[in-house]
Design a protein around this ligand. Structure first.
Ligand code: NIG
Ligand code: FE
Length: 413
């Protein structure tokens, strides 16, 4: 797709020299060009600069007067392939039953697994594609999607095949993660090691053979998977070429971050409960912390201590955690606003965390996350706004006028 955007009020997140990710003070720098043009050729960003240097062209022109352009959101943590919903648990929680109590009674992840196991691949696909289309229109241009609601060989593979089909059919960038170690299914209640063995010996080889996943994930948490379980899965994944990403420190801090770093995980996600030693362990590593403020909001649990982590020099990415239990929303605009309001991140930090740092958390930093020549033209064109601070300020009211994937405008699909 070829198109020239002209008279852009402000072109946001311009990186002439590509960066992998931003840490500490760098996160508060958001380079922009005011009164800019942006040229897209063959779906890629091919040139940009000041309007006074705008090339003459026969290409289709979109006049962006009064409006801004930024790279699409990069949502590095979702579970958007799932069956049905869990709004009755939501009401139970309002009535005072805790998330832990609900899970203990066979609700939570096991409830979603029960639904998914009896849902056909075709129906699972049609439910999931609605969510994918919804987030594309909310400005997301790259997304990671996990398995983990199957918990049997056939249902985990069913989830991964649905993710693969979404990847084949939609222009958005998609990365797939195998999260078999999300919860111990009832059948293995007293045989967790048998479940882990099944994941490693029965499912992983098929995933490898059919190239169904990019990453491997574990829910490292009290009552779910221990640090030793986490290491076992991460090592098995690495052997099959799957890099780790872990759910860790959501409710309790048990040393999972250190185990993840030891196994070179790409990201550690959640981090609502952070000890000083956990922050220290992350310093000067290539592992990126990922905060999920929609989950904190929805479950009424603490927010990741982003301010402290960034002030101590760490990088941070933001993602939605879109899933039926702890964050039934894939809206990155809300995530960016919540990060500013609840985690005291500046709009500059939040936009960096939701674009280039999110891209790094999916190993997609060479393709998306900034306005850089050669990257995909996955773009958000805002409505008329005064400054980019308005994006998180206007929480709940996305200020998006149009979205583009590979330079092509995506209308209601
Ligand atoms: O990332 N923490 C573990 N897994 C999901 C939620 C699971 C669920 O409640 O369905 C999460 O929050
Ligand atoms: Fe999650």
């Amino acid at each position: 797709m070829n198109v020239l955007f002209t008279n852009i009020k402000e072109l946001i997140q311009v990186r002439e020299i590509a960066v992998d990710f931003l840490s500490g003070k760098e996160m508060n720098i958001l380079p922009t060009i005011k009164n800019a043009f942006l040229l897209v050729e063959n779906g890629l960003i091919s040139n940009f600069g000041l309007m006074e240097n705008c090339p003459k062209t026969e290409l289709k022109i979109i006049d962006a007067t009064g409006r801004m352009i930024l790279p699409s959101w990069c949502d590095s943590h979702t579970h958007l392939v799932y069956a049905g919903n869990r709004e009755s648990e939501f009401v139970d929680r309002i009535n005072g039953i805790s998330y832990k109590e609900i899970a203990g009674k066979g609700g939570g992840i096991l409830n979603s697994a029960k639904k998914l196991q009896t849902t056909s691949e075709a129906v699972l696909y049609s439910q999931s594609k609605v969510r994918l289309e919804e987030i594309i229109l909310l400005g997301t241009g790259a997304v990671e999607i996990k398995s983990g609601y199957g918990l049997t060989k056939s249902s985990e593979l069913k989830m991964l095949r649905v993710i693969k089909k979404l990847k084949d059919k939609y222009p958005i960038e998609i990365k797939a993660t195998f999260l078999g170690a999300h919860a111990v299914p009832v059948k293995y209640k007293n045989n967790k090691s048998g479940y882990l063995k099944m994941l490693i010996d029965d499912i992983l080889p098929v995933i490898k053979k059919e190239n169904l996943a990019d990453f491997i994930d574990v829910f490292c948490e009290t009552d779910y998977f221990s640090v030793a379980d986490t290491e076992l899965i991460l090592e098995a994944g690495l052997e099959q070429g799957l890099v780790g990403k872990i759910h860790v420190n959501q409710f309790t801090a048990i040393g999972g971050i250190q185990a993840g770093i030891k196994n070179n995980v790409l990201s550690v996600d959640h981090l609502e409960e952070m000890r000083n030693e956990d922050i220290e362990a992350l310093k000067n590593t290539k592992t990126i912390p990922v905060a999920l403020p929609s989950c904190s909001y929805f479950l009424n649990i603490p927010y990741t201590p982003a301010r402290k982590m960034i002030d101590l020099g760490l990088p941070l990415a933001l993602a939605t955690d879109y899933n039926p239990g702890s964050a039934p929303s894939g809206n990155m605009n809300f995530v960016v606003a919540a990060a500013c309001v609840k985690m005291k991140m500046t709009p500059k930090e939040a936009i960096n965390a939701a674009t280039i740092n999110g891209a790094y958390a999916m190993n997609l930093q060479d393709k998306v996350g900034s306005i850089t020549k050669g990257k995909l033209a996955n773009l958000i064109l805002t409505k008329e706004i005064n400054s980019y601070n308005f994006i998180p300020y206007s929480f709940g009211n996305p200020c998006i006028e149009k979205v583009f994937l590979k330079g092509k405008e995506i209308k209601k699909i």
